[in-house]
Design a protein around this ligand. Structure first.
Ligand code: ZN
Length: 332
């Protein structure tokens, strides 16, 4: 696999705006009408994010008050989550056997979920250092995503499943006593930072705000941004909102999918890059290319005819845009 070094466009103390990480799918809570909150609450209940008897606004204000009492702002949480995802994404994948931690002690609810029917696209194990503390992180990416019930299609019409909702993190840190660990889904990073929503006690995905503070030793008036370097790539970016049909899994039968014709541009033992020749409609013309990564931990870039195709998932779709890639230049 080859890599294309991009033109450096800037160094920054902030990781805010990292394209693939946290973005909002609605206005801030104070700008959402009561009527819209009724709809949001119903969606939260249907998705089992809160109990049928719970009130979503009460859930939010209770957890906000925990953060307020601890002196932690949601801007700090936003920065922390972005830094965490950025550093994990750019750290080495260790083999799962490198971890001898029994995670059942720390996130039993997640490990006991009935995952029949879930399709795992990748899993990886990382040891990272972030703001002076060391963590062991297991990252699972699934072939499907939970959507955010706060999403307002007029504010944000995108499909965000590749941005959040498709990844689970199990996180562990040694402490002087026992060690501390927890499970956080990427949807919760988004929901906490953007909607102040931690889900409620009935949810298997709830993040307890006190535990979150302990887990990461969050402190008031502390900056949780990591310095990043930004590089500009002549690149194909992942196509948001793509509704491309799934193609057959094996290259040998990939040239025809239903009525569409696909051609393989390059394939080797690590990836298959192919192009769809006859997009069916105007919207899908944005997504003419696809890379299927054949390795367990795809996180690199394919370059074909001077165009780079970043790989972050097993199956990546692209539209033809300039891409700014941000990487942490040091971890504080
Ligand atoms: Zn949202």
């Amino acid at each position: 696999m080859t890599f294309l070094e991009g033109e450096v466009v800037g160094k920054s103390e902030t990781c805010r705006g990292q394209g693939s990480l946290l973005m909002s799918c609605n206005y801030s809570n104070d700008k959402i009408s009561n009527d819209e909150f009724v709809v949001i609450e119903q969606k939260c209940k249907s998705a089992k994010m809160i109990d049928t008897k719970s009130n979503v606004k009460d859930c939010i204000s209770q957890d906000e008050s925990v953060m307020f009492a601890a002196g932690i702002t949601f801007e700090q949480l936003n920065d922390f989550f972005e830094s965490f995802e950025l550093v994990v994404r750019n750290s080495e994948n260790l083999a799962p056997k490198e971890s001898n931690i029994d995670f059942r002690n720390y996130c039993p609810k997640f490990l006991e979920l009935d995952r029949k029917g879930w399709c795992m696209w990748s899993s990886s194990t990382h040891k990272i250092k972030l703001f002076g503390l060391e963590y062991t992180v297991i990252k699972y990416t699934w072939g499907g995503a939970q959507e955010c019930p706060f999403q307002n299609r007029e504010v944000d019409p995108r499909y965000n499943g590749y941005k959040y909702g498709a990844t689970d993190y199990i996180i562990y840190r040694e402490t002087q006593e026992n060690g501390i660990g927890m499970h956080i889904g990427s949807l919760l990073f988004h929901q906490i930072a953007k909607h102040h929503f931690f889900q409620d006690q009935s949810s298997d995905y709830r993040v307890d705000p006190k535990k979150l503070i302990d887990m990461f030793d969050l402190r008031p008036e502390t900056c949780y941004r990591v310095p990043v370097i930004e590089k500009k790539y002549r690149a194909m970016t992942s196509a948001d909102g793509s509704r491309l049909p799934l193609s057959p899994a094996t290259p040998s039968c990939m040239d025809v999918t239903n009525t569409e014709i696909w051609s393989i541009l390059e394939s080797n033992e690590e990836f298959i890059l192919y192009k769809r020749i006859e997009p069916q409609n105007e919207q899908e013309k944005l997504a003419n290319y696809c890379v299927i990564a054949l390795k367990e931990n795809p996180d690199s870039t394919v370059v074909y005819q001077d165009i780079s195709y970043p790989i972050s998932l097993r199956r990546n779709y692209y539209s033809d845009e300039i891409r700014i890639v941000k990487k942490p230049i040091q971890v504080c």
